[in-house]
Design a protein around this ligand. Sequence first.
Ligand code: SAH
Length: 472
Amino acid sequence: MKTFPMFLQMAGRHVVIVGGGEQAAQKARLMIKTEARLVLVAPELDPELADLVQQGRAEQVATLTIDVFRDAALVFVATGCVGLDYAVHALAKAAGALVNVVDRPALCDATTPSLVDRDPVVVAISTEGTAPVLARQIKSQMESLLEPALGDLAALAGRLRPEVARQIPRSERRFFWDWVFGGSPRQAMARGAAREAASMIKDALATGKLAPVQGAIALVGAGPGAADLLTLRALRLLQEADVIYYDRLVDPAVLELARRDAERVFVGKEVGACAWPQDRINAVIVASARQGRKVVRLKSGDPGVFGRVSDEIAAARAAGIPIEIVPGITAASTAAASLGRGLTERGVTDRVMLATATCKPGDPDPDWAGTLQPGTTLAVYMGVHKAEQMVDRCRRAGIPMTLEVDVVSHASTAREQAISCSLGALVVTLARRGIANPALMLVRWPKGCPTVAGNPRHGQGVTQAALTGLAV
Ligand code: SAH
């Protein structure tokens, strides 16, 4: 090792940053996370640094003297001028300081690592400058592995340490902490139940009994397909899961990210038809969790959007099993991104409606006229095979057939395909281009676009004759 990692004491000390520009600001962003007092040496500061001074988070020293470096925990030199960097470095060394000169490794006593910050848990990564990209990759792996609440658990453990030392014999302490960080307290903290985690630990201290790891269910959004559209939380839960129940629409690339020895069960839900009836899915996820297993129920997109989560939530709650929902990127957002635009456009479409064209068997067809209004982007899920009925209903409701429709199938995957046409030409275009599910339709009715006379929902509009002239 050319360098050796150490953690510097920052409390009650000061850090000097010489320079007032962007490089200095980058170091200030890092140092502001510590308890050290920040001293910024520069006659002028960029707005971000000036703001830190204004907020009392840093102090500005306009004229450099050697005294500012005395007893500093660390000195950063970031003047942006080679000659000045050398001169300041020499002065700081003369004061006996530990110095980092930005972008000049030869002048550095210490370098700043890549950090994964779960304060007070901090992981520092360095490749000694050989492979910064690798350092970033390791950092993102660690980011997904260490849940955001881990720092809170460590802080709680720190507060309870004296009590643990009093109550638990030394020979059993290691086992106790293994349980805290590998068992039910960590599990509870990770799903946001901080109070529950604290009382588990306190109960264990009072009774000497450690609550066993409880099975739990997570309804996890797998996103639209591309594995890198998964959330970090989804990734962590996939890597922790003992068993994963997944649907037809979940991309294999996402499943690849799960722990190698996790059991994977295809429950094969198709649109409008289920290889596994919902009752059976409910029963097996609950049964798995009852065995103490960590269950992930992986659903495409966002589980809360046409994902039938209520059945599974009710089953888990009825069985007293903790359940957590992890949102994902829904197909509507993905399709709009694929088209290179937003779902809304200020002043043009101020409202987004998410609708399914495939309702529960026996339910009436969707009321498209009630949903589609000027100023709306309508995102239609499970709609391709219902396009004809949808267009027909819209036409009868007097919705302009000139409205623009975009259809994106397999959004975010290698098989992505997009078409654009008018509402009137939708059915023909879908058939001609062979667009199949999964596909998302976005119907846009901009504000100010002709509305239809005779339909009170659509306000005062042009005449039907004029519309017919416009229709495709
Ligand atoms: N919970 C999912 C939706 C499930 S319903 C979500 O939030 O996205 C299934 C429908 O979602 C499909 O019929 C299709 O309309 C849409 N869909 C899912 N993945 C898609 C993708 N990659 N591209 C386009 N549409 C998709």
